[in-house]
Design a protein around this ligand. Structure first.
Ligand code: ZN
Length: 71
């Protein structure tokens, strides 16, 4: 009975070990994607491109500034 318990314990340890070895390394060295920053054409505020409002070639930080237009 003791032998079976030891065998089970080694089985679990082996399973954990192989699972760890197969798992991809933690995201060390992997840099988060950097988003392009754009400046508001009205006030010059810098913001990620996805947060900006586009009006042709120009980018704005808010609807109010888009309506106000370029400074
Ligand atoms: Zn603005």
């Amino acid at each position: 009975m003791r032998f079976l318990l030891l065998l089970a314990l080694f089985g679990v340890l082996w399973w954990v070990w192989t699972k760890r070895a197969a798992a991809p390394p933690p995201s060390a060295g992997r840099e988060p994607p950097v988003e392009k920053m754009v400046a508001c054409a009205h006030c010059g505020l810098l913001m990620p491109e996805s947060d900006s409002l586009a009006d042709g070639e120009r980018r704005y930080c808010s609807e109010a500034h888009r309506r106000a237009g370029a400074a």
